[in-house]
Design a protein around this ligand. Sequence first.
Ligand code: GAL
Length: 635
Amino acid sequence: MFYGGDYNPEQWPEEVQEEDVALMREAGVTAVTVGVFAWSRLEPSEGEYDFAWLDRVLDRLHDGGIEVVLATPTASPPPWFTLAHPAGLPVNADGVRLTHGSRDTYCVSSPEYRAAALRIAGELGRRYARHPALAMWHVHNEYGTDCRCDLTAAAFRTWLEKRHGSLAALNEAWTTAFWSQRYSDWAQIMPPRATQYLPNPAHVLDFRRFLSDSFLDAFVSQRDLLRTFDPSIPITTNFVQGDWVSVDHARWAEEVDLVAVDHYPDSAGMSAEEQTAFAGDLARSWGGGRWLLMETAPNLIYTPGRMHAKEPGRMIRHSLGYVARGSAGAMYFQWRQPLGGAELFHSAMVPHAGPDSPVFREAVSLGRILENLPPLGDPPRSEVAVTWDAQSWWALQGAGLPSADIDYAAAVRQAHRALYRAGVPTDFVFPGLPLDLDPYRMVVAPHLYLVSDRAADAFQQFVAAGGHLVTGALSGIAEPSTRVIPGGYPGAFREASGVRVTEWHPLDPATPIALDDGSAAHGWSERVELAGATAWARYAGGVLDGEPAITRQEFGRGVFWYVSAGLDDESWRRLLGVVAAEAGVSPLVPDLPPGVEAIRRGSLLFLLNHSSSEFRGIAAGSFAVVEGQGWKALR
Ligand code: GAL
């Protein structure tokens, strides 16, 4: 069980470390992440190293019985690097070369940056691979810096040649006949940079794919180097999510020894619990069952406009939520709150107020709870899966789409939330990888915009074999190249869905539309022709009055549902409840009141009471961990 957080002793006088280790022991901390942003301290000038302080940190932690997740510091090149090697700095889409002053100022396509990164990683590997405190390598931090410099342009062209094989194939895939963009030489292709009007969506999407592969290449080169020093030490890097991140985590998951995820819910109340469940289910599915929460906030967290605080008990409940969903522990950003620097008010396990504080007391309680958990088995596989497809997400962030309100991640979150609220355990599946849908009775595929032939076949076979598939708006539209599948939407799923969509009617999200089964929708509607399916619900009012809105088709031994309207949360919950019942899927624990969450891991059932009322002896804001069906015995 990993319990601890990012530890930055380089920010403090050495005496503080004695207190740190004593407090870590008091809190039951088992591991800390060291060195994430310590490059300028470890290599104060090019090729000159200072490891003595880190030796003492690792020795002291080891003496205190605390393990170390040792980071390579390559996310934050020091000022000397950026001055000596300006080509290693990122250039943004406007052609502006960034400089140091923040963090993550690097370009993974720069040979100078890559060489410097491998050099410091190699020095760390040589020196610490056999240190008794070392539990895991943590390469870099949250890969994601987007660079559009000339070196990146050259690397992008090489990547494109490999992907497309020929310029003719690229021209076809990118539809360069539109707006006279036909390329007659690879050298003409640039990374997407500031341009006059809408960029070519296929160009933009390929660039994001390229970035994901380039970051992965940078990770793999450090990983392979570190492995040469001691292959038994697991190696990971922390995944981060956000609209800006060009990392296809499902693919990356195959390259790390343990999936590690940073997760910061960006709101308070039940939304934070729902986000926690979403992140935990996604990470568990990336990791094939096992993963590690590498960072979250113990208390105040940066959110747009204003930080919000976690109320007492939430740090514990969130951590248990992640652990119940398969995390090998709970790690925080950060151990001790810094007195300066850009994130000086971001929360920590030891805050500015010191250990005599609610957050440290909660950290101590959490340590006891984690220490005393019975042995944890594996999380069981769910009977329901939701699709997560990074490439459809990126494609739906492009320009030229029919509505600025299209939000892939929000659509997937909404589907997951509906299942969460219905108490139905949920996995994620990744259509960009070979799909194994056999374990599932029901799959929900929101906004699955890009669909390969292979994925389309897998979904069709899933339904034919008895599965229940729910998809709809903006799904099955285009091939992975982004070229539309003609003949009516949802092109890739036309046969199995039994519908043919001939027109989209984007709507103002503020204007609700009604369906005749009582469902409410907003933001999106479509003209749906029945081509075998039957109408489950029809539009009531507006231009589409009386036209099918939700359809159902029996296909083979299963059922294909098509949802054309942007349903609200309650309507999604009701519809998915109907589908789940038909599919023979039931909640993990029946009849839980809102705000009470049940999660199974091995033989243990975690019951988290996020509500403000007591539930069967579990106080508001508290939790219980019971064996097997033990919840039935709770009063
Ligand atoms: C993470 C990052 C940490 C810290 C944290 C603040 O994304 O890895 O270094 O910045 O966010 O929430």
